[in-house]
Ligand binder design. Structure first.
Ligand code: APR
Ligand code: PHB
Length: 396
């Protein structure tokens, strides 16, 4: 069966759903094709710090209500080095900006609900999605669903299908400009229905390895430990996790840490990846399809949101003012922004993690760097302005 839409969106993660919502509100027709089921998409546990620009974009899309009720506004974030605890006033050092702690799973849930209400089409369990004629004026997508093959004709394709998706792979190999860095460790995460140990997040550098105290709500905590990239969940259990966390965080925090059963435990490898070919013919790449950052700076979802912001403004210009001349601006703006987030996430990773290969000298340098950044006004402003998010760039 054949259908037609203006923008075919591949992937119903936060990028695809947010772009779809904004386009639908603006009267631009779109259909989302998602490989998995809705429940599967919602079962993925991801980060939860929203920059002000991301929160504002969600509000603009009409999905900010529950975030504003249940999200926790953070005006600061904490750091510790070898157990020495420091507070960074993000609001003061960023010129009045804040972040909202609200889980990506909840963002996704709100977007799914809004899409259902809007009546726009999402095809879940769309198998074998293939992109065709993306260099031509009449691109189309084929997919398999309920034992039938479908063809979806469109003007543009938004590749929002994550790192492993089909969109980026549809660009000829010789046209792809890619950069990658793999870190020799991962993060072991644990989610539990226990009150967060502190009212701010705490990024902890320690000679035993990095640890992060985060949260999802006043009653749900999310903690992470740096683990060797060779570790699997077989190397860990809840008891061992809590004991190790207590060793790496400030003693005052360790003493009041409330432990409990794990709702989820998983290991994520740390990687930086950028595909600078973010537009090719009628195809645009957004979010994880174009770039991956290590979670240390909490930039993954925010970077996806900024791609969506730029792509959305562009589609409005194209459909309302016939401004196809602005198409190259998408890649210019998004690649430059991606690199800034990649740099910050890389720097936070190097700043806070323990590298097996580092010697006594490197450890001292790391200690001096921490001492400098946490006590210098310029240092604090540098961390704060990146953490709360750099401003969006205008199309023209
Ligand atoms: N066909 C259709 N859908 C696909 C395909 C495919 N071939 N491959 C992947 N998908 C779907 C995935 O099942 C997933 O639901 O695309 C979606 C991509 O979602 P995400 O991986 O969440 O990527 P994105 O929406 O860009 O979200 C940005 O921010 O915090 C980070 O990594 C985190 O997911 C997060 C990201
Ligand atoms: C999270 O809560 O999952 C989280 C928070 C901050 C980060 C990374 C992950 O930098």
């Amino acid at each position: 069966m054949d259908t037609k839409t203006q923008v075919a969106i591949i992937g119903a993660g936060p990028s695809g759903l947010l772009l779809g919502q904004l386009l639908t509100n603006a009267g631009i027709d779109n259909i989302i094709l998602e490989r998995k089921s809705g429940d599967y998409v919602l079962s993925r546990i991801r980060a939860g710090v929203l920059e002000q620009g991301t929160a504002d974009l969600l509000r603009e899309a009409g999905v900010g209500e529950r975030m504003d009720e249940e999200g926790i506004v953070h005006t600061g974030t904490d750091f510790s080095f070898q157990g020495e605890h420091h507070h960074l006033d993000l609001e003061k050092y960023s010129g009045g900006k804040q972040v909202v702690v609200y889980g990506q799973t909840e963002v996704t849930r709100d977007l799914m609900e809004a899409r259902k209400k809007s009546g726009a089409t999402t095809v879940y369990e769309a198998d074998n999605v293939k992109l065709h004629d993306i260099e031509s004026d009449s691109p189309y997508v084929t997919y398999y669903h309920n034992e039938e093959t479908f063809r979806l004709d469109c003007d543009y394709i938004a590749g929002c299908d994550g790192y492993h998706g089909v969109s980026r792979k549809s660009i000829p190999k010789d046209k792809l400009v890619e950069y990658e860095k793999v870190y020799p460790f991962g993060w072991l995460g644990l989610l539990s229905d226990t009150p967060p140990v502190h009212d701010e997040l705490i990024y902890c550098a320690h000679e035993r390895g990095f640890a992060l105290c985060s949260m999802r709500s006043k009653t749900r905590s999310r903690y992470y430990l740096q683990v060797p990239d060779t570790d699997t969940l077989d190397n860990w259990n809840e008891e061992k996790f809590w004991a190790e966390l207590k060793r790496r965080i400030p003693k005052k925090m360790a003493d009041k840490l409330v432990t409990g059963p794990a709702l989820e435990m998983s290991i994520a490898p740390l990687r930086s990846y950028v595909c600078e070919t973010m537009q090719y013919g009628k195809l645009f790449l957004l979010g994880d399809a174009a770039h991956i950052v290590p979670p240390t700076g909490a930039k993954g979802l925010n970077l996806a949101a900024s791609d969506v912001e730029t792509a959305f403004r562009l589609f409005v210009k194209i459909y309302k003012e016939d401004r196809t001349d602005l198409i190259p601006r998408y890649q210019e703006i998004s690649v430059a922004r991606a690199w800034k987030a990649v740099r910050f996430s890389w720097w936070m990773t190097m700043f806070l993690h323990r590298f097996e290969s580092a010697g006594r000298f490197d450890f001292r340098v790391q200690q001096a760097e921490f001492d400098y950044f946490i006590h210098s006004e310029a240092g604090k402003a540098t961390i704060a302005e990146n953490y709360v998010g750099l401003p969006f760039e205008e199309l023209e």
